[in-house]
Design a protein around this ligand. Structure first.
Ligand SMILES: O=C(O)CCC(=O)C(=O)O
Ligand SMILES: [Fe+2]
Length: 287
């Protein structure tokens, strides 16, 4: 993989953001865009345990997708307080993924506002993500191919990104939003995954209070270097091609895949995993 460092800036104006990053669809990390948010002072793991301690949270580990589990179905549950104790005590694979904070802990709304990047942010959809030391979120892109603003809190997280033009090199699983789950993006085995050598992407590290802009449909892999959590805000895809893909994913792909899982069972998942390799190697003339 050829990974270029994601641009990191202290801050920038809306005009600079639109011209240098949104228009060319290029990622950027802004270190101090939301320094006026109360969240910058307040949000850490202890505070989350204080305000959300009794909530039951859905947890995900890194087990491979199985046919008998629904789309994004959780693997375990725990009280938020117990989960945060676990995060602080030891490395854990358990992550919280796509948790709607406005719905779950409405008082957290007071701690942030919707910043002006010159794009219309979707209100009511701020999602929270938590991870333990050394846990990672599998390489994927979001179903709606949105522009994502990803705010990080508490610890450090490393991100690897690819745009949609890299799909041929990533061992993408057909009818899904993921790539082969046995690829270790921190240390890829090029003997096994030779196409990855040709993939061109980005890498960067997020620290407390930083915001990462991920352009439309960007693939993202996130490795929590320490326990921590993040919030994503999103703006709908503007590129008609991406919007078309989003509509297809939401209304066709997801249902088709669920149907096939029910009909063919694990054989469907296994066949897709195999196809990911065959198709990638075929396209690139690798045997
Ligand atoms: O930070 C994570 O664990 C995943 C974030 C993510 O997938 C997103 O913001 O869309
Ligand atoms: Fe995502």
């Amino acid at each position: 993989m050829q990974l270029e460092k994601i641009d990191k800036v202290e801050t920038l104006t809306k005009q600079e953001f639109l011209k240098n990053y949104f228009k060319p669809q290029k990622p950027v990390i802004i270190e101090h865009f939301v320094d006026d948010w109360p969240a910058i002072e307040k949000w850490n793991l202890d505070y989350m345990a204080e305000v959300g301690g009794d909530r039951i949270v859905p947890l995900y580990d890194d087990r491979p997708v199985r046919h008998d589990e629904g789309f994004n179905q959780a693997h375990a549950e725990m009280k938020m307080r117990d989960y945060i104790d676990l995060l602080k005590k030891e490395p854990t694979r358990y992550r919280i993924f796509l948790w709607n904070i406005l719905k779950e802990i409405p008082e957290l709304q007071k701690d942030f506002s919707y910043p002006d990047f010159g794009l219309k942010l979707m209100k009511g959809l701020p999602m929270l993500f938590f991870g333990g030391e050394d846990s990672y979120t599998f390489m994927h892109y979001d179903i709606d191919l949105a522009n994502i603003f990803h705010f990080h809190f508490h610890g450090k997280k490393e991100v690897i990104l690819f745009d949609q033009s890299q799909n041929d090199y990533l061992y993408k699983i057909p009818h899904s939003l993921i790539v082969r789950e046995d690829i270790d993006f921190d240390n890829p085995d090029y003997e096994k995954w030779p196409a990855l050598k040709q993939a061109k992407g980005y890498i960067g590290q997020l620290e407390h209070g930083n915001v990462l802009y991920m352009p439309e449909g960007y693939w993202h892999y996130m490795h929590y270097l320490t326990p921590g959590f993040s919030m994503s805000l999103r703006a709908i895809a503007r590129n008609p091609k991406n919007l078309g893909k989003a509509v297809y994913n939401v209304f066709v792909m997801r249902h088709f895949d669920n149907l096939m899982r029910r009909w063919k069972g694990q054989a469907w998942i296994d066949a897709k995993n195999e196809k990911a390799i065959i198709k990638t190697h075929e396209k690139l003339g690798i045997d």
